[in-house]
Design a protein around this ligand. Structure first.
Ligand code: BG6
Length: 489
């Protein structure tokens, strides 16, 4: 509706996520003409700041990356003029009454829709939701709230959070974000599978030997140790980002592309999985290390981390889906900080060719001859398929080669940030890429018994040097399931 105003309030506006991701994503959407004609952005946080100070703070992180068009600076000014700030406590209804007043002034009596982005720690979610929904929700349009993980620490705390939020919001109003679902290659997973004849028929235990979901970062928890130590890598990356990718990868064909149909299928996959046990995982923690005259800190060197912390900064896990399609196929996950490279990818290793005529050309290691499909989520997005090919010449020598779709060559325009996609979807009421409460619950049920056991038994993580390829235990775990990590071979 051209007469309505969209008010977007970023709660926790002075925090890192807001500065680095949310405001820049909003600007990018504005720049791309994706925001409605009338919109206003409010920053809300405890820090005292004027509108001008907020604008200065935001302007430092806005970039004109898209096409580098000439009018970018003007657009930035116009965007900043629509940004306002209100300082207040997160649990004060009175302060949200004031915010509401300010919002109404800027909305100029129009029909208004209100989106709140909670970029705050989870222990204040409920306070903010209470104050915002009671005192600052839209009177004549919709009100939606985006929340960022962590959604609890385990099944119980997550369930409690869901129940509390539901006192103030309906499930339709809650948008639980998992920013990995907004990544281009993750979104493309369904397109690849369901709109190409050549993949879907192979997408089962009949042809796929194993699937690997790999996340690695080449930096530690620098500056975030306080948060991280309370969660660890399993809760930070596996239970959400990697598990979401797994569910999308493994789900049955949904009835339609409708959000409920897709999420119904994802929940079914999660509920078909066996909760993880101790023998299904290997945990690690990075230790200090010096290389080339430079020294790298141990996780426990972080001043906000207890010296005797047993928190895992690395984990590898083997998961199984007990259904007809995937029975017996290992889904291996690996996630770690302070490793040798920054990368996220999905690797699908196919079975051997039965009675391969060219067997002799591969020597004794037939694994080297199997096809592998790789979706490199980041960096340098790509989809490639490893195939066997004859090396041109008079002899008969085979070579493993790649059919390679390199995004930067095929689609040279820069890829939008995940937050742009997800914010736009929330504004448009598209829930496909957001996590429904039953999905969240199923995800926690898979990991909670393991997390409890790790804590109760005080399992000591295997140390690995900062910048290395992670603990050796990850290889043994894979080998137990007849798997070799594709990123290392
Ligand atoms: C976040 C985690 O969800 O994802 C961080 O909390 C991690 O620990 C980040 O660094 C990685 O996101 P990206 O988009 O940079 O791969």
């Amino acid at each position: 509706n051209s007469e309505s105003t969209l008010s977007i309030t970023v709660v926790g506006a002075s925090g890192d996520l807001a500065k680095k991701k949310i405001f820049p994503a909003l600007f990018a959407l504005y720049y791309e003409d994706c925001l409605p004609k009338n919109f206003v952005v409010f920053g809300y946080a405890r820090t005292k700041m004027t509108d001008e100070e907020l604008r200065n703070m935001i302007s430092r992180t806005l970039t004109c990356r898209i096409d580098k068009r000439e009018n970018c600076e003007d657009k930035m000014d116009q965007f900043l003029k629509r940004c306002f700030y209100h300082s207040g406590q997160y649990n004060s209804e009175e302060h949200f009454v004031e915010l509401n007043k300010k919002m109404k002034e800027k909305e100029a009596g129009n029909l208004s829709n209100r989106l709140f982005y909670l970029s705050v720690p989870p222990n204040i979610f409920v306070d903010v939701v209470r104050c915002a929904s009671l005192r600052a929700s839209s009177e004549n349009g919709w009100t939606r709230v985006i929340v960022e993980k962590p959604f609890g620490r385990d099944s119980e705390s997550s369930g409690e959070l869901t129940r509390c939020l539901k006192q103030y919001l309906t499930e339709d109003q809650i948008f639980r974000i998992d920013h990995y679902l907004g990544k281009e290659l993750v979104e493309n997973l369904s397109v690849l599978r369901f709109s190409n004849l050549v993949f879907e028929p192979l997408w089962s235990r009949n042809y796929i030997r194993n699937v690997q979901l790999i996340f690695s970062e080449d930096f530690g928890t620098e500056g975030r140790g306080g948060y991280f130590d309370n969660y660890g890598i399993i809760r930070d990356i596996m239970q959400n980002h990697l598990l979401q990718i797994l569910a999308l990868f493994a789900m049955e064909t949904p009835v339609s592309l409708d959000a409920e149909d897709i999420r119904n299928e994802k929940v079914k996959v999660l509920r078909s999985m066996r909760p993880l046990q101790l023998e299904d995982v290997v945990v690690g923690q990075y230790k200090g290390h010096s290389k080339g005259g430079k020294s790298y800190p141990a996780y426990t060197d972080d001043p906000t981390v207890p010296k005797d912390s047993l928190t895992a900064t690395f984990a590898a896990a083997a998961l199984f889906i007990n259904n007809a399609r995937w029975d017996g196929v290992p889904f291996l996950m690996k996630a770690g900080k302070a490793l040798h490279t920054k990368r996220a990818e999905i690797r699908v290793q196919f079975r051997h060719v039965p009675g391969n005529l060219y067997r002799r050309n591969f020597g004794t290691d037939l694994d080297k001859a199997t096809n592998e499909l790789v979706l490199r989520v980041q960096p340098d997005e790509a989809i490639y398929l490893k195939i066997n090919n004859k090396v041109p010449g008079l002899g008969m020598r085979l070579d493993r080669s790649d059919l390679n779709l390199l995004y930067r060559a095929r689609y040279p325009r820069e890829i939008p940030d995940a937050y742009e996609r997800l914010l736009l979807d929330a504004i448009e009421g598209e829930r496909r890429l957001f996590i429904r409460s039953d999905e969240l619950d199923a995800a926690w049920q898979l990991f909670t018994p393991l997390l409890n056991e790790l804590e109760e038994k005080k399992i000591v993580p295997e140390l690995y040097p900062y910048g290395s390829r992670g603990p050796v235990g990850a290889h043994y775990l894979a080998a137990n399931h007849n798997v070799r990590w594709g990123d290392l071979s």
